[in-house]
Ligand binder design. Structure first.
Ligand SMILES: NC(=O)c1ccc[n+]([C@@H]2O[C@H](COP(=O)([O-])OP(=O)(O)OC[C@H]3O[C@@H](n4cnc5c(N)ncnc54)[C@H](O)[C@@H]3O)[C@@H](O)[C@H]2O)c1
Length: 338
């Protein structure tokens, strides 16, 4: 192990082919443990070296030099960080309670001085002010516009998407602006696609507020809208700068949406994580009761699973399709119902 004031690197010898080794899942926890002892820590990495000196970086965590905690907010809980490892498009997922009260987490990922928050008529009265505060507190140079879209899957279409572009153009946003998606999967998919295509691509942040969006749709960069002939037929792969999951937002989520999101959590257990599935069997009552620590663990573990699949198959040429378990059936059944 080597370390400097802000870096810890673990280099391990291996007799295996380095490319056959999988990424360690515990790196974010490892990082946070050291970060507690050394607030200057900004980089942790694990690499392996084979006998013929082939080196492979298995996993790295980078954080900006700004401390995750400001001096005045030392008592605030540190977020759990899951890293989506996609080379120079890697990004962190911050998970925890009260994260919207930690403005430094969001602000470090805002590019430029202009922000457009995209949300809907249900989520805006609940969380828009909080998000504007998190973007601007102690940061008077940043100005925030917002666009409030109608709520519902039936509005995930070209006409509604145009309202985002109308607002961005009327507000004279330039390429250095940041789009922030505040809401469930519908808002995340639409805002992400708007960010991918406005001026050929602007900075993008996800603040998912449903379980479905926190464990699935906000992670991995699939964005898009529906066409009258089918779901999600128009879109782009476009990765955000960060995903910020404040688990407190789940307190206002209707039971039906909670259950729908937990189905996605179960999916990870079924397709690739038997140990997690066993944990779910023991903790389903706690999840249904929105127990904060059970919820945070389920979100973290789900994001780790999704991040791992996405980093192996970003554009869905094979493995990533396993994440669609049940979706095709669901789309057909909802088309038949409509
Ligand atoms: N991009 C991807 O990889 C991916 C993956 C899975 C699903 N999706 C997409 O996600 C969408 C479904 O997402 P969803 O299940 O989040 O639905 P949704 O976005 O429609 O949200 C469900 C409902 O909950 C409300 N809501 C959101 N947050 C709330 C909160 N904190 N408190 C109270 N109400 C809240 C919303 O306004 C909405 O009425 C679909 O369009 C689907 O295609 C995308």
């Amino acid at each position: 192990m080597t370390s400097t004031a802000n870096t810890i690197s673990l280099s391990l010898p291996t007799t295996h082919n380095p490319s056959s080794l999988s990424k360690p899942k515990s790196l974010p926890d490892f990082y946070l443990r050291f970060r507690n002892q050394n607030p200057k820590l900004t980089r942790v990495g694990i690499s392996v070296t084979s006998p013929n000196n082939r080196i492979r970086t298995l996993s790295t965590i980078r954080a900006s030099t700004a401390s995750v905690m400001e001096a005045s907010s030392k008592e605030k809980a540190l977020p759990t960080i899951v890293e989506v490892d996609l080379g120079n498009r890697s990004y962190p997922i911050y998970i925890g309670s009260g994260l919207l009260d930690q403005p430094e987490l969001l602000q470090r990922h805002v590019h430029g001085k202009r922000v457009l928050v995209v949300t809907n008529s249900t989520v805006a009265p609940l969380y828009l002010d909080k998000v504007v505060d998190a973007l601007t507190r102690g940061n008077p140079n940043v100005s925030v516009d917002s666009v409030i879209l109608p709520d519902g899957e039936k509005y995930k279409n070209m006409e509604t998407l145009m309202k985002v572009f109308d607002k961005a153009i009327e507000s004279r946003l330039d390429r250095r602006c940041t789009f922030v998606a505040l809401g469930g999967g519908v808002i995340g998919d639409m805002c992400g696609f708007a960010a991918a295509s406005f001026l050929r691509g602007v900075n993008f942040i996800q603040i998912p507020t449903t379980v479905m969006a926190q464990v699935d749709s906000s992670v991995g960069g699939k964005t898009g809208i529906n066409h009258p002939l089918g779901k999600n037929l128009i879109g782009a792969f476009y990765q955000p700068q960060c995903v910020l999951i404040d688990t407190d937002t789940l307190n206002t989520l209707p039971d039906r949406e909670l259950a729908s999101g937990l189905a996605e959590v179960i999916k990870y257990g079924l397709i690739r994580d038997a140990v997690f599935f066993e944990w779910q069997e023991k903790n389903m009552a706690a999840l249904m009761a929105r127990d904060p620590s059970a919820m945070a663990y389920a979100i973290k573990r789900s994001c780790e699973n999704k991040a791992e699949v996405v980093s192996l198959d970003e554009k869905e040429s094979g493995l990533r399709a396993t994440l669609n378990l049940g979706h095709t059936f669901g789309h057909v059944s909802s088309r038949l119902r409509n």
